[in-house]
Design a protein around this ligand. Structure first.
Ligand SMILES: [Zn+2]
Length: 505
């Protein structure tokens, strides 16, 4: 009898234990699910940004902030900067996020990808052909994580410092067979009703009879957006109005301060064009009012262009500006830590950027960031050689801090001017100066100046195009731990879709 009672007690205790364990497991699971579903998603993409662009920007940031207190800089060089890094917390925000992983970037048929391809992979989880925007290899339209978030009821935003119709934002908000179909992409944004559209590229929204327009029809998309109830700010004339505007719940916005891309950060006139961080902040102000949460893609689109130009200072300043947008997202995360996910990705590397281009070991593993500080304009927008050599040398001194050239530098530059005088700005400097990467849209003289500045800093470039590196991804917040380890770029979209509990393709 006694034994039996005892046994029953043991049984009931076991049952209780099991029940409690089940309850605990249940609540843990519930909490797990809750914690895995972000309500607010920032998907930040540095176009052309790999670890070398981000590393260089971070070291430059430290250099700028440290030199005043760093009396021994001449003696210790960059290793001294490293030692002081933590103390001054000049690390980029993207490098202070909790989780890190890496992504392969190959396309369907090529090891070295294009932006349409990589953006399609990041947005839809499918690899495709080089210039295709969110279509698979059989031309089937693919649903992006942004459109899936929209279908779920979330508010959506696209921000870019490139044209808003450029490949990266386009892959999140449209489906076309060729990235050049920017007029069609603009129409699809209208049809898909992306709530917040901010970036360059007014020329694809203006009617064809406007001199600045690139449209072949006479549709005025700004008017059509306005008819749908959008707040429309169609040029830098409305920048002040955009800044004064206080978003109300349910508002939709389109703002395009420039005809083509937004200026490089180094050339940007803040009165006319807001920073990418400001564009992001206004987007948050609007989209956070949606009860279902939001999905916002923010592209630092011109890091890529600067790297195509092999323009070291411009690459750095655009990367730092992009990092400020990461900071803006992070500030929002601090207010909503249990509901926010931040993803900071690159799409591919551009330029084959190398940190130290010494031609021999005699330079002793050294970079010199000081010459970069003297640069006051981008090579592309801030400088053009028009045949006046005296003017060129004045500009070099005033805008690029190059007062005296070495014999070799002078020879390279004079060669480039001779070539440009003879064959025009479309000539390829490679013809005269040996292997010397040059983006097709910059002149021999512009390219030569870019390389002089880079070499003075011991920064090397192996390409004027993209390269095939595996690149880092950083994440923070709800679900962020999922994006770790060695991934493919398509995994990023797949994981994001799982966190959103949506089906893609
Ligand atoms: Zn590119």
């Amino acid at each position: 009898m006694f034994k039996k009672i005892r046994k029953r007690k043991i049984y009931s205790r076991m049952i209780m234990t099991v029940l409690i364990a089940m309850l605990l497991a249940g609540s843990v699971l519930a909490a797990g699910t809750e914690a895995e579903n972000p309500k607010y998603i920032f998907f930040l993409i540095g176009d052309g940004m790999s670890s070398s662009q981000a590393t260089l920007a971070e070291y430059y940031n430290q250099f700028e902030n440290l030199e005043e207190v760093n009396h021994d800089y001449e003696e210790y060089g960059e290793s001294f900067i490293d030692l002081k890094a933590e103390e001054h917390s000049d690390r980029l925000m993207m490098h202070r996020l909790d989780h890190a992983g890496s992504t392969r970037t190959t396309g369907s048929f090529t090891l070295v990808p294009g932006s349409a391809q990589t953006a399609t992979a990041l947005a839809t989880g499918v690899k495709t052909d080089r210039d295709t925007i969110a279509l698979d290899l059989n031309d089937k339209p693919l649903k992006s994580v942004l459109i899936a978030a929209k279908d779920k009821g979330m508010a959506t935003g696209l921000v870019s410092t490139a044209r808003i119709t450029h490949a990266t934002p386009a892959s999140f908000g449209s489906n076309v067979p060729d990235r050049g179909m920017e007029n069609e992409i603009a129409v699809q944004y209208l049809e898909n009703e992306i709530d917040y559209l901010v970036g360059g590229g007014a020329r694809h929204f203006l009617p064809g009879n406007n001199d600045n327009s690139k449209r072949e029809d006479n549709r005025n998309l700004f008017e059509e957006f306005a008819d749908k109830g959008y707040q429309v700010f169609e040029s830098s004339d409305q920048t002040a109005a955009f800044r004064d505007y206080t978003p109300q719940a349910g508002d939709q916005v389109i703002y395009t301060p420039t005809m083509s891309h937004v200026s490089y950060e180094i050339d940007r006139d803040n009165k006319l064009v807001p920073s990418i961080a400001e564009m992001t902040a206004k987007g948050i102000e609007l989209l956070k009012q949606d009860n279902e949460g939001f999905f916002m893609m923010i592209e630092g689109g011109r890091i890529d262009h600067a790297a195509h130009d092999n323009d070291v200072a411009t690459t750095i300043h655009d990367t730092l500006a992009f990092d400020d947008a990461v900071k803006t997202a992070y500030k929002f995360y601090l207010e909503h830590p249990n509901e926010t996910l931040i993803i900071v990705a690159g799409d591919h590397e551009t330029g084959g950027l190398g940190l130290n281009s010494s031609e021999g070991m005699e330079y002793d593993y050294f970079m010199d960031l000081a010459p970069i500080r003297e640069v006051k304009a981008s090579i592309e927008e801030g400088f053009e050689y028009t045949g006046d050599r005296e003017q060129l040398y004045t500009d070099l001194k005033e805008d690029f801090g190059i007062a005296e050239l070495t014999e070799r530098e002078k020879e390279l530059l004079e060669n480039a001017m001779d070539l440009q005088d003879a064959k025009g700005r479309g000539a390829d400097v490679d013809e005269i100066n040996g292997y010397w990467p040059q983006a097709t849209w910059i002149s021999p003289v512009q390219s030569t100046i870019a390389h002089i500045t880079s070499r003075r800093s011991r920064i090397g470039w192996t390409s004027s195009a993209h390269t095939g590196q595996i690149i880092p991804i950083r994440t923070h917040g709800v679900g962020a731990a999922r994006y770790t380890g060695s991934m493919d770029n398509t995994d990023v979209a797949k994981i994001t879709a799982e966190l959103l509990e949506v089906e893609l393709n």
